[in-house]
Write a protein that binds this ligand. Sequence first.
Ligand SMILES: Cc1cc2nc3c(=O)[nH]c(=O)nc-3n(C[C@H](O)[C@H](O)[C@H](O)COP(=O)(O)OP(=O)(O)OC[C@H]3O[C@@H](n4cnc5c(N)ncnc54)[C@H](O)[C@@H]3O)c2cc1C
Length: 328
Amino acid sequence: MFGNGCHSKARILFHEDITGKEITRNLLKAVQKLPNVHILEYVTMLDLIEQDNTCFGILAKDKNDEYLTIEADNTILASGGIGGLYEHSTNYPHLTGDAIAIALRHNIKLENPDYVQIHPTSLYTNKPGRSFLISESVRGEGAKLYGKDGKRFANEVLPRDLMTAEIKKQMAKDNMPYVWLDMTVLGKDVILNHFPHIYEKCLEEGFDVTKQWIPIVPAQHYYMGGIHVDKYSKTTMNNLYAVGETSCNGVHGANRLASNSLLEGLVFAKRAVNKIHDDENAQHKKYDIDFAQLANNVQQNIDREKIILAQEYKKAIFNEMDKVRSAR
Ligand SMILES: Cc1cc2nc3c(=O)[nH]c(=O)nc-3n(C[C@H](O)[C@H](O)[C@H](O)COP(=O)(O)OP(=O)(O)OC[C@H]3O[C@@H](n4cnc5c(N)ncnc54)[C@H](O)[C@@H]3O)c2cc1C
């Protein structure tokens, strides 16, 4: 994604086997130092405050369940994917696609809302909660997949959708809720140096990957669809942007390759900020609105409809997915 003229080279940012955590930790540290940024923790966005397809901010709830409104010239949605809507996902349960449901509520255009990426290899467990992801770089290094009979059944470096399909086929054939992944073939040095966190996590779950195979199963991993945005991350609503997994800018297509969503998030977040900055310098639009009244209306709607995000919004997202799928 970082390129230079016709001699462009693709680069992947990585740190051991915890790239996302490292990028987030460093970004957060940098943001916390900015004097013009105010971070509100444990605040949940409930709805947009909008009039005539122009966004003026959001309605949210704090940790004491009190409403609060945030007025803004420009708003950027960045509430991640939809993993929390699924029983098995590598994402945190609180990532429930709220921005997607809110977009549906306001007729903001979505792109491929039915495209959901399943990661072929999460550690099988019957415990509830987030599934632990076994990175595909493990298979890139040479780890093998086996069925119940201990035999290989597929090429281990297939793209995610094809790999998932092969694993599901084998699970059905074996009548088992998982297949086996063999990391022992990588050798102890490679495992400890390249995959220390996978090693430790599996050990916590009772598996020593240097000595034994582990059970793995496909799990929801990434939302390929999302809020439609242009190349500056702008949605179809005025003054409203969307970045990261909640947006769909079309760069990934239907099936994201590994390791490039964080780069996409960084690049398109920067584009959004530059665009907002340029527009603010170019024009000072004045809107004739009564923000307090608008916000009050939105709050009354939310109260009246008794919207419980986890239920009503989930229903709205799955309905939209079904609608688009059956129209394909
Ligand atoms: C296990 C795992 C490993 C991964 N590894 C890689 C990798 O190596 N390389 C790579 O490129 N990608 C990787 N990905 C994908 C990548 O981490 C995500 O795509 C990326 O984190 C999405 O960033 P985001 O900022 O859009 O959303 P998130 O990082 O999910 O952040 C969304 C934020 O919004 C908040 N939020 C949600 N709803 C609301 C609401 N209603 N109100 C207020 N706040 C809300 C959440 O609390 C959260 O803080 C991985 C994903 C997983 C699950």
